[in-house]
Every structure is written in C-alpha cells, then in structure tokens.
Ligand binder design. Structure first.
Ligand code: SAH
Ligand code: SF4
Ligand code: F3S
Length: 473
C-alpha cells in the first residue's frame, strides 16, 4: 500500500479537479480526490481557491483534446498572478491526453508541473513531492534539466490496490470501475493506447467496494469498463467470473436497488448476460450498446469484429429476455470511405431498432490510429449533413420513447435539484431524466412518479400516491 498518512505540511491545502470525457474519468477523479484527501487536501469549488489544479482529460476526439490546452492557458495565467503574490499553483494533467501526449503537454504548456496517465495516478503522492522539490530548486535559482514530472507508465501493479476506500456517495448513486483498458483496437479509437490492455478487477475487490459504497449510501451502482461486458475477473474460488456472475452476486447486497453497466461491446454480449436481464430484478432495463454503423463494409473497416446481423440478433434476444428494455447506442458518421449507401444502412438500422437515446459523432481523425491513415477521408460538409439527418431520426425516436411513458407510474431515483425553484430531477429505470416539483429531501431516494409529459431529452412528472402523502406530512 502507498503511504497516504496525512502530511502536516499539506493540511488545509485545496485541490480543484476538472473532469472531461467518460464516466471512467468521473470515477478516476473521485479516486484522485480520495487519495488527495488522505494527504490533507480539501476540495475547492474553483481554481481561484486551489493550491493544486488537476485536469482529468479526454483524448477521444480532437475537440476534446484541444479544450484541455485552452484551459491550461487559463491556468497558466492564474499561476502567474500567484507568483507575483508570492504563492504557487501546482498544475497536473491526468487522464487520456496525459497518456497520449506525455511530454508534448509540457512542451506546449511549460506551466504544467505534473503529467500522470490513467493507470499511474495512485502515485500522485510521490509525483507531488517530486514537483514540490523541483519548484523549491527553481525558487532557489537552480536551472533544471527539463521541466515537469511525468508518469505515463502502465505499471505492473494495479492502481486499484493502492487507492483508499471510496469516500462518500452523491445522491444515492455511484460508479464502480470493474474493468479497464481495451484489446479491440477499433481503427478510429485511441482508448487501447490511452488506457492500455484489458484488465478485470478480482470479484472480491469489486464486491468489497460495492459493499462500502452501499454502506456509504449508494442504492444504485453503475459498473464501469471500456468493455465492461468483457469482464473476466478472478472469482473468490479462483475460477473466472463473467459480468453476469458478478451482477448476480452484487444483486445479493442488501439495500442495493439498482444496477447498471456501461460500456458494452456487441461481441461480448454473452448468453448469460442476456439472461441476467431477465433474471436479476435489480438490473435496470436499459442497455448502452454502441454499434457505430449499420454497414457491414464500414463495420469491417472499423475493425468492429461483428456485422449488422449480429447486432440486430442481439437486440431481438435482449428484447425477448426483457421486453421493456430500452436501448441506447453510439454512432460515428463520416468514417473514411463511408458512401451514401453505407450511411443509408446506418439509417435503416436505426429505423429497425428504435433507440431510446443515442450519442452520435462526426468521425474525428486521431493521431496514431489506423483510421487516420486511410484514404478517402470524408469532407466536413458531408459529415455535417449526415450527422444532422441521423440526429433528427434519433431525436424523433427518443421523443417517441419518452412519450410512451406518459400516464405511467414509474420509480425515480432523485439526483439533484432542478434549475427552477422547487424542482427536483431524477432518473427512471430507463435512464430518462424526470423533472418535477418536490422536496430536496427526496434526493438520494426512490419515489413513484406519474409521468405527465415526454420531451426529446426529458420527462415531466408529479409525485404519485403514498410518497406525495408522506412528503406532505
Ligand atoms: N468502449 C466503447 C466506447 C468508447 S469511446 C465502445 O466500444 O463502444 C465512446 C464513443 O466515442 C465510441 O463509441 C464512438 O462512437 C466515439 N468515438 C471514438 N473514437 C472516435 C473518433 N475517432 N471519432 C468520432 N467518434 C469517436
Ligand atoms: Fe475503442 Fe473499440 Fe475499444 Fe470501444 S471497443 S474502447 S471503440 S477500441
Ligand atoms: Fe475519453 Fe479516455 Fe474516456 S479518451 S472517453 S476519457 S477512456
């Protein structure tokens, strides 16, 4: 275990963490916060009140990466102002841009003190100490060979074995990383390079963390992995556990009302996992299953390792197992070589499946991925036109799905207060956001709600029956 005893010198320091990208980064940011808390740091709401700023970054599309550099420019200005006032701001870049670009980050923005990859952040205590040592030498007028402290290793040890137990749970819901990394190498994607090889945490560790989260107030857990359904962790008896087996064991934890998992790959959607959607009541009737394209030709060029028929077959089997299952997906338009016919095949697949929600993106050329070197890159204007057509179809389907719930009474887990006074917002089992008037005391709890309206991105509702009476009491 890393020595994480509070350091008297670091008492009262504050850290500001900004998170970009996927839920895995949200989980990692929370773990970094836990680790820093054990060093005596407290969380700051803004960089203005912080001694340490951590940007936990995303490299998935060009736009995501570039945002980081503009934010770093802003942090450099804050750091400069601090220096003039005789104080310091330590700047750390974590996450997938850190992993992908390493030293390049410090070259582009010399104000950066620490660059730490997603598999090395358990070493933050040592990296901070090293950055402080360097800063002290600099203050003493010493010239240093190369600025910045870098750790973009994929260490042999697992970070999970070196992190403190999760601290606290927000509004009854928590993420739990169970699998990380990816061996699939889709030709558009940076994740296998930024997160490294596939790794599954042992089941006992996952179960222990889940129990700790439930004890801290979680009634919903979302299991995370870049390929979460490729999970194959060591079971307590030494055998290999599948995701279905893990879900079944987790469902036995008293007080845990809801289970979700994301993100899945169609190739790893095994029979036992489909059966879990039928057999495990805590497993929510919602599945995010990225397909990217409806064209077999494009799916092959993307190295997705499956065709259109495999995906459609899965959809049929999942719906047979759990008739009220809502499906969500990811789509990429404008992958190199995508013809009008290929794009039509995607539109047809969407039409055939009927998605409850979806994310869709223009293909972004990522350095180092095979897709970026392919001929026949698609023009920006074609990408834009295709994205608009796809998004309009997906929005229509989302609205239809949301409207299909109007008049029903559904359990909602309340997550936060809404923008309007007196409003609270929660999630249905199908991950729809519901807005309604209610007491903030409901946050972190599940209550029955009558759905009164369905929009493209959310529902409106009112508290139903008993809960209403209880609230009035
Ligand atoms: N592991 C998941 C998703 C990883 S990234 C999976 O296998 O599906 C999340 C989504 O970002 C992807 O599903 C894809 O739709 C999108 N994405 C990834 N790389 C991209 C790129 N280069 N350009 C545009 N979208 C991309
Ligand atoms: Fe990226 Fe493909 Fe791996 Fe998903 S399966 S993380 S899209 S390489
Ligand atoms: Fe982005 Fe890394 Fe997640 S590239 S999407 S933060 S795995």
């Amino acid at each position: 275990m890393t020595d994480v005893r509070p350091d008297a010198q670091r008492q009262h320091r504050r850290v500001f963490i900004r998170t970009y990208g996927c839920q895995m980064n949200v989980y990692d940011s929370d773990r970094m916060a836990d680790l820093l808390r054990s060093l005596g740091y407290r969380l700051a709401e803004s960089v203005e009140h912080a001694d340490l700023a951590v940007l936990n970054t995303c490299h998935i599309r060009e736009h995501a990466s570039e945002k980081v550099y503009s934010e770093l420019g802003r942090l450099r200005d804050v750091k400069q102002e601090r220096h003039e006032a005789g104080r310091d701001l330590t700047i750390a870049v974590a996450g997938c841009v850190a992993q992908a670009e390493g030293e390049e980050i410090v070259r582009r923005q010399p104000a950066v003190d620490i660059v730490v990859g997603p598999q090395a952040y358990h070493r933050l205590p040592e990296l901070l100490a090293e950055a402080e040592r360097k800063a002290a030498l600099k203050r003493a007028g010493k010239r240093l060979p190369g600025a910045g402290v870098l750790d973009t290793d994929f260490p042999a040890e697992s970070k999970f074995d070196h992190l403190p137990t999760p601290h606290g749970v927000r509004a009854g819901s928590a993420f739990l990383s169970i699998q990380e990394g990816c061996d699939k190498f889709c030709t558009f994607c940076v994740v296998p390079y930024t997160r490294g090889a596939e790794y599954s945490r042992p089941a006992v560790h996952v179960l222990a963390e889940a129990r700790a989260l439930v004890a801290a107030g979680a009634i919903e857990l979302t299991l995370l992995g870049q390929n979460v359904n490729a999970y194959h962790g060591e079971g307590p008896d030494g055998s290999t556990w599948s995701l279905a087996r893990l879900i079944t064991a987790l469902a036995g934890i008293e007080g845990l009302a809801r289970l979700r998992y994301t993100t899945s790959h169609p190739r790893d959607m095994d029979d036992d996992l489909i059966a879990a959607h039928r057999d495990v009541p805590q497993l929510m009737p919602y599945l995010h299953l990225p397909v990217q394209s409806g064209s077999d030709r494009l799916l092959a060029a993307m190295n997705r390792r499956h065709g259109r028929d495999l995906f459609l077959g899965l959809v049929d089997r999942l719906r047979a197992a759990r008739p009220d299952l809502a499906l969500s997906s990811d789509f990429i338009v404008g992958f190199p070589g995508e013809s009008d016919a290929d794009f039509d095949a995607t539109m047809q697949l969407v039409d055939r499946v009927g998605f409850a929600s979806a994310f869709s993106f223009k293909y972004s050329r990522r350095p180092g991925t095979p897709g970026s070197a392919l001929p026949d890159q698609i023009s920006e204007s074609v990408k834009s036109a295709r994205l608009a057509a796809l998004q309009s179809l997906l929005a229509e389907q989302a609205r239809a799905f949301n409207q299909s719930k109007v008049g029903q009474i559904v359990p909602v887990l309340f997550a936060e207060t809404g923008r309007k006074p007196g409003q609270i917002v929660g999630k249905t089992p199908w991950l729809q956001s519901v807005h309604l008037d209610g007491s903030p005391r409901l946050i972190g709890r599940i209550a029955e709600v009558r759905v009164t309206a369905g929009h493209t991105n959310s529902l409106a509702g009112e508290l139903a029956g008993l809960m209403r009476a209880e609230e009035a009491a």
